[in-house]
Design a protein around this ligand. Sequence first.
Ligand SMILES: NC(=O)c1ccc[n+]([C@@H]2O[C@H](COP(=O)([O-])OP(=O)(O)OC[C@H]3O[C@@H](n4cnc5c(N)ncnc54)[C@H](O)[C@@H]3O)[C@@H](O)[C@H]2O)c1
Length: 381
Amino acid sequence: MAPPAAMEETAPTINLLSNINDGNNAASQISRVTVVGSGNWGSVAAKLIASNTLKLASFHDEVRMWVFEETLPTGQKLTEVINQTNENVKYLPGIKLGKNVVADPDLDNAVRDAKMLVFVTPHQFMDGICKRLVGKLKEDVVAISLIKGMEVKMEGPHMISTLISEQLRVNCCVLMGANIANEIAVEKFSEATVGYRENREVAEKWVRLFSTPYFVVTPVQDVEGVELCGTLKNVVALAAGFVDGLEMGNNTKAAIMRIGLREMRAFSKLLFSSVKDSTFFESCGVADLITTCLGGRNRRVAEAFAKNGGKRSFDELEAEMLQGQKLQGVSTAREVYEVLRHRGWLELFPLFATVHEISAGRLPPSAIVEYSEHKPNCSLV
Ligand SMILES: NC(=O)c1ccc[n+]([C@@H]2O[C@H](COP(=O)([O-])OP(=O)(O)OC[C@H]3O[C@@H](n4cnc5c(N)ncnc54)[C@H](O)[C@@H]3O)[C@@H](O)[C@H]2O)c1
């Protein structure tokens, strides 16, 4: 399928798809890439990147992938199996990553020579990972976060890209989009959005690293907007899963998605006045919301939760249904709830608040459509 014409505001300035030699041959300019994380999306990201580093002269062929080491039921180490079979047999079975992907269980070693760091772990591990990396990076390293989620501290919410750029003192972009990893693994066409702060040149380098004919990446100057879209849509996906579990039908699900998108935009803009409305029309916005509410793991586990009348906890269902993969929506719903409570905004965001109340077991799943008495303040939301 041919990629659609990019929108005027966000059009990349270079030909991204036929750039076999990108004209930057100086050895000192060649960037080594390390992917920090090796779950389902981390493995697919490494595969995408590795196909491009072989083609583009400005990147070193080898892609290191830091693996949180695990012992498989066979007794073998996961990294050893990845390096022998070229497959992440636990998190992405059946897909070859590319011979130039090297799994490394040693975090310090994996990042030592990297100039470009791709962070893609479940968000709860990032604080610890950043602490371990302080002082270990090369100068002029740039980073990108593919992580959906945020940290909530006393002083307020902290985006993961901010955590990375503050702790490691690096420029950190974000990449988010309608990207269910297993579909991209088999090279089905999709799009993604790179959010950047000021440095367009760095953003375009990330776009080059990730773009393929089946994965079309568009840069937008709105880190917080892109990252909040990717983070908050998991909360809406839980609501969509409750609706599915209760067999409420498509109209209800569409209504939940619309209300959810409105709350996503309002919450993002209240937190960061710089967030742009146009970001919600990019892949990271409405497209990611749709795919996650139709097919993602948050929706699937929330459906099971509602089918069980809320009697089996999310922790139990996650362990049973996801085999080591992590659910982000439940912790994000709790973190969002903390922000809303702390700032006195609970009644402005009835969908977000209700999703947390249900997943914490304080309301039944059917409450997902029973909050209309708390009408949102339309001037804000
Ligand atoms: N899977 C998708 O379709 C998808 C798509 C887009 C974005 N994302 C986002 O990408 C991020 C990573 O998700 P994923 O799907 O690659 O992971 P995953 O849920 O498939 O796998 C969990 C990963 O966490 C690792 N892990 C477990 N304990 C750890 C620890 N203590 N420290 C560090 N790592 C540990 C595991 O080894 C494994 O690699 C998440 O923020 C997710 O929201 C996922």
